[in-house]
Ligand binder design. Structure first.
Ligand code: O7M
Length: 216
């Protein structure tokens, strides 16, 4: 996926009106938007379709899909039919559940991002112990797109070493969660940024300063 300025906007707002307004303010600099449960549950899967139509951007659906294969297939099919270019899938559920999403992605000509480790402190208890194995499973399955945390650069580096330099890693946790974009991009291909942008008085200015910080 070609991510302009290496920044993905996490559009975790509750109304289409707010989503359109924020995306409109940064659309000169950002071509990839992540839509997750807040917007999709508030406004429906139609939110994916509308954002894609309005901004002609990449849409990554962050549904952290984590069910049995049969249910995963249905979730992925619905997501891709709504226009998403990619869906984010949990790895801890195992290869058959992930494979179901890969098959759906292949049928629709879309992508899967495999979530390895997470950015919040609580992830250390369960996910940290298995995240390297999840990444290794992704490699075995031929997956090329991954999610790994910007808040734990040592973990991000480990995941990068496992998935290799020809894989594409997107990394959440920059800004509000304390991660730094430039440092994260030493190991990741793009950063995911939400609150620092959508809660800002001047979202365009925040995006510009992230871009400047990356170039330093
Ligand atoms: O910049 P923020 O903290 O407001 O938003 C970060 C976004 O990334 C938000 O949409 C989270 O749901 C998501 N995210 C994490 O913050 N941590 C993770 O470990 C994983 C994700 C994510 O995108 O998962 C796919």
């Amino acid at each position: 996926m070609e991510v302009k300025n290496k920044i993905i906007l996490a559009l975790d707002v509750n109304t289409m009106e707010s989503a359109m307004k924020i995306a409109g303010k940064v659309s000169d600099y950002i071509n990839t938007i992540k839509i997750g449960y807040p917007l999709a549950l508030a406004e429906g899967l139609e939110s994916i379709t509308q954002i894609k139509e309005e901004f002609d951007c990449n849409v990554i659906a962050d549904f952290k899909v984590a069910d049995i294969p049969e249910t995963n297939s249905k979730i992925a099919d619905l997501t891709f039919n709504a226009g998403a270019d990619a869906v984010i899938v949990h790895g801890f559920v195992g290869n058959d559940s992930v494979e179901a999403c890969l098959e759906s992605a292949e049928d629709h000509g879309k992508d899967v991002f495999l979530l390895t480790e997470m950015s919040h402190p609580g992830a250390s208890r369960f996910l940290k112990g298995v995240s390297e194995d999840i990444a290794a499973m992704g490699v075995e399955m031929g997956i090329k797109n991954y999610v790994a945390p910007a808040t734990k650069l040592d973990r991000l580096e480990k995941i990068r070493n496992i998935v290799g330099n020809d894989s594409f890693i997107i990394s959440p946790g920059v800004g509000a969660q304390g991660g730094d974009a430039a440092k994260t991009l030493r190991f990741a291909d793009a950063v995911i940024v939400g609150r620092s942008i959508y809660l800002a008085e001047d979202p365009e200015n925040v995006v510009k300063s992230i871009i400047d910080g990356i170039k330093l």
